[in-house]
Write a protein that binds this ligand. Structure first.
Ligand code: TRP
Length: 481
């Protein structure tokens, strides 16, 4: 059964995909990674991989969704049938559903922290506080299972309510309010950063270019980030693509998504580091950058409490527009496959993810260390779940690129891309060879044991294997019909 649902407006897919893409990855992860990996050099590689890997896979994933007009799992089942390929490619849908469920479980816990800080900022409880007080406040938040669970619950329920109301009344209308508000807030924070912070230092920190900083690690981190930030490889984009009007060019839309997403990351980076440098704080704080360093900067600035509150509302909005795209693919599958009503399907997905999220909550306090889990997996439950998603997402992207690149026919692709032969050829080259190779490297990097020279060696093996798989399962019968 096909969903046959289409967004009310032509521009909604773009809005929804940008909503999914822009999230904690842009506001926190991008600035922090850039700082760690050589500023401008990192941004150069990041931009390169966005164009050579991100955009082609974005086009491929949207294409699979729009071509099948079904939720990712049912859509892949449909495509393997209509294209006479191995049913193993259905794993794209299952992997995606598993990733969505896992990512949502911890994304909701982390986003919940932003609820806490919005509240703290707006009530002025951090005004004038010093580094020790703010650091202790963050530690106290993490030490409280009750508080973390409360925020986690609030966030996931809010996301579930939006998706439960359906793609038109819920997701579409929700995004039409959230997204413009986010852009306005981002500009307010940037203007505030320029006025009260050290914009020049931020700009030179982010854009100073030093070729010597281009380490292999930096390359890999940049590729991983370009992947994560575009929400690729787990069916979110496929699910949204299934509702996209057939008339729109995928090529142009994908490029627009990538440009807006990158622009948001850059502006957020400039704003955040202006404030950080303006307050004489260190940029390399990792996880603490947004929840300790930034609140500290706000505590010292004029009108910091108000602007800080506004900033954390931005973080929350960006996170919620991402989390609804995590719920949608699984909820749509449950509706199609088991004939559940949409609220039932959303409830099932959200409840399961919520329960799993309790493991992440406990990872920061009661199960912080020394449990059976640590002995078995060598890390906390939170780190383990994150590691799993860091493997699943690139793997999903790799399979998506191969399937779209080898199984779909020339005319199918041309119908979706609406472009000329040159662009078609470039795209196919990228999804058939370049993207799988690049993703193989990112994928292997996610496995901590694989280091040093092993990476290129095993990477090459995987590429050859993927290529062979592509030929065996995809090219033969489907192309001759
Ligand atoms: N792109 C999101 C961000 O930048 C994170 C993310 C990764 C995501 N994969 C996703 C969000 C899938 C929604 C769906 O924060």
């Amino acid at each position: 059964m096909s969903t046959h649902n289409v967004w009310t407006h032509k521009g909604t897919f773009l809005l929804a995909a940008v909503g999914s893409a822009v999230g904690l990855g842009n506001l926190w992860r991008f600035p922090y990674l850039t700082g760690e990996n050589g500023g401008g050099a990192f941004i150069l590689v990041y931009a390169l991989t966005i164009f050579a890997v991100g955009i082609p896979i974005l086009i491929a994933e949207t294409m699979l969704g729009r071509n099948s007009r079904r939720s990712p799992i049912m859509g892949m089942r449909f495509l393997t049938r209509t294209h006479n390929t191995s049913r193993a490619w259905e794993s794209i849908g299952w992997l995606g559903a598993a990733s969505a469920f896992l990512i949502l479980s911890f994304y909701s816990v982390i986003a919940g922290w932003a609820i806490h800080y919005t509240w703290q900022m707006l009530t002025g409880s951090l005004a004038g506080a010093d580094a020790a007080t703010i650091g202790a406040g963050f530690d106290a938040l993490l030490a409280s299972p009750a508080l973390l669970t409360l925020y986690h619950t609030l966030f996931i329920v809010a996301s579930g309510l939006i998706v439960g109301m359906g793609i038109h009344k819920g997701i579409e209308s929700g995004l039409r309010i959230i997204m413009p508000a986010l852009f306005v807030i981002l500009l307010i924070v940037l203007a505030y950063g320029v006025a009260n912070g050290d914009f020049a230092a931020a700009a030179s920190f982010l854009f100073t270019f030093n070729l010597a900083d281009l380490s292999l690690e930096g390359w890999l981190a940049a590729m991983g980030q370009s992947f994560f930030t575009l929400s690729l490889g787990m069916g979110a984009i496929m699910a949204y693509g299934a509702y996209m009007s057939s008339e729109i060019s995928l090529t142009r839309t994908a490029i627009a998504i990538a440009i807006v997403d990158t622009a948001v990351a850059m502006v957020a980076g400039l704003a955040i580091f202006s404030l950080v440098f303006g307050a004489d704080l260190s940029p390399g704080q990792g996880p603490g950058l947004m929840f300790v360093t930034l609140p500290l900067a706000f505590a010292e600035m004029p009108f910091g409490a108000l602007v800080g509150g506004v900033f954390f509302i931005l973080v929350l909005g960006a996170a919620i527009s991402s989390s609804i795209s995590l719920i949608e693919p699984v909820a749509a599958f449950l509706v199609e496959r088991f004939d559940l009503t949409r609220p039932q399907a959303v409830f099932a997905m959200v409840m399961a993810s919520w329960a799993l999220g309790l493991l992440t909550v406990a990872s920061f306090n009661v199960y912080a260390e020394g449990t059976i889990f640590h002995t078995l997996f060598g890390r906390s439950a939170f780190d383990f779940i994150e590691l799993l998603t860091n493997i699943f997402m690139p793997l999903g992207g790799l399979l998506i690129a191969l399937f779209a690149g080898w199984a779909l026919t020339h005319s199918e692709v041309m119908k979706e891309m609406r472009t000329n032969e040159t662009w078609f050829t470039i795209w196919r080259l990228l999804v058939r060879f370049v993207a799988p190779a690049a993703v193989a490297f990112v994928f292997l990097r996610a496995i901590p044991q694989v280091e040093g020279y092993l990476i290129p060696a095993i990477g090459a093996l995987v590429i050859v294997g993927a290529f062979a798989a592509g030929r065996t399962f995809l090219v033969d019968d489907s192309q001759e019909q």
